[in-house]
Design a protein around this ligand. Structure first.
Ligand SMILES: NC(=O)c1ccc[n+]([C@@H]2O[C@H](COP(=O)([O-])OP(=O)(O)OC[C@H]3O[C@@H](n4cnc5c(N)ncnc54)[C@H](OP(=O)(O)O)[C@@H]3O)[C@@H](O)[C@H]2O)c1
Length: 327
């Protein structure tokens, strides 16, 4: 029986809560189930501000992790990224440096850190794959976040080469699910639209979606992503990152997202697209070929089913969800 202690930094966020859910609910026969003897710790920023080396060290002293899934990060939508570039750069560099150096000092057997497909170069050939992370500057709007995240991959290689550490990283596409940030100003597209539609229904006002609705994106349900992190923890031992995403043939348009939200929310009011608002890039597909070749098959939750589940969670938990509103 194992006596592994798995520390999940950022354990209170969208992805951390999803890993906790899978660990608590997966049947024992599942390959993603909690194993006998494993202890899982889901850390919040209140327990340790990981920008601070001393607090990081104390967290490690308290739990003595053997494995770390490192999710903690300053995360935000476009507006926040554009406004706070230095904070995104500096906070994330500090958090990552403290987690990786403390993991090395305390002989953690494996660390999986989290990058994002939005840190890839602005001008790049598609589909994105794991070899293209450093192939050009990131988009100007999020260069602070992007450079800090890219540096994790550089750090992982340096830790491996100098100290033989088993550090690697995952690269998810857009994630959604329960416990997301549903702030109206500063959220990603799915939670933002859910909140907008919810308010339109409550207030009997039109549901207006910014842009034409035509751009295509890949979205991964947080519970699916959680399973893929658990797979990486158990079965992936290479420093090179792995893109964790649905396939390129599973892109959905923003209109499909909005239609699915309208349906799940049972919204009967006026529903329009504000085409005077910018659309962003039409598509930026990422390849999941490496993932599928390694994991040997994985069944992603159908998009509408996952979206429906998330809408129900949001409506049931509106009073406590992260909506950015004072309640
Ligand atoms: N959401 C996406 O679409 C997406 C896509 C690709 C990659 N990612 C990556 O996935 C990871 C998790 O993202 P998420 O969406 O789950 O984010 P999230 O919901 O905003 O959660 C962020 C987590 O980081 C913790 N955190 C923030 N600053 C911290 C600090 N100074 N010290 C300790 N903990 C700190 C937060 O703790 P408290 O809540 O306790 O403050 C929270 O648990 C991040 O690395 C992100 O870059 C996310």
């Amino acid at each position: 029986m194992t006596s592994d202690v798995i520390l999940v930094t950022g354990g209170t966020g969208l992805v951390g809560k999803a890993i906790q859910h899978i660990i608590q609910t997966e049947p024992p026969t599942s390959r993603f189930a909690k194993r006998p003897g494993e202890t899982w710790i889901f850390a919040s920023s209140a327990e340790a501000d990981l920008r601070n080396p001393e607090q990081t060290r104390k967290l490690y002293e308290k739990y003595k992790p053997t494995h770390v899934i490192h999710l903690a990060a300053l995360v935000g939508g476009l507006f926040k990224n554009m406004k706070y570039k230095l904070s995104f750069l500096r906070d994330n560099i500090l958090i990552n440096d403290n987690v990786l150096s403390t993991s090395k000092d305390t002989q953690v057997a494996k660390v999986i850190s989290c990058l994002s497909t939005c840190v890839f170069p602005d001008k790049v050939s598609y589909p994105l794959d794991e070899t293209k992370i450093h192939a050009g500057p990131p988009h100007d709007s999020n260069f602070g976040y992007a450079h800090a995240k890219r540096l994790v991959d550089v750090q992982n290689h340096a830790y491996k080469e100098e100290f033989g550490c088993n550090f690697t990283s995952a690269i998810p596409t857009n994630v959604f699910g329960p416990h997301d940030n549903f702030d109206l100003e500063d959220s990603h597209v799915i939670p933002g639209l859910m909140h907008k539609c919810y308010l339109a229904k409550q207030n009997n006002t039109p549901f207006v979606v910014s842009g034409s609705g035509k751009p295509l994106r890949q979205f991964i349900f947080s519970y699916d992503l959680a399973k893929l992190f658990i797979w990486m923890l158990r079965d992936y031992d290479d420093v090179e990152p792995v893109i964790l995403s649905v396939g390129e043939d599973e892109e959905v348009s923003i209109k499909q997202v909005a239609d699915a939200i309208v349906k799940a929310m049972d919204f009967k009011g006026d529903y329009t697209f504000d085409t005077t608002r910018a659309d962003g890039q039409f598509r930026k597909p990422a390849s999941n070929k490496k993932l599928l070749s390694l994991i040997g098959g994985f069944e992603f939750t159908p998009f509408e089913e996952a979206l429906d589940y998330t809408v129900k969670w949001f409506v049931e938990n509106y009073d406590t969800a992260r909506t950015g509103l004072k309640k």
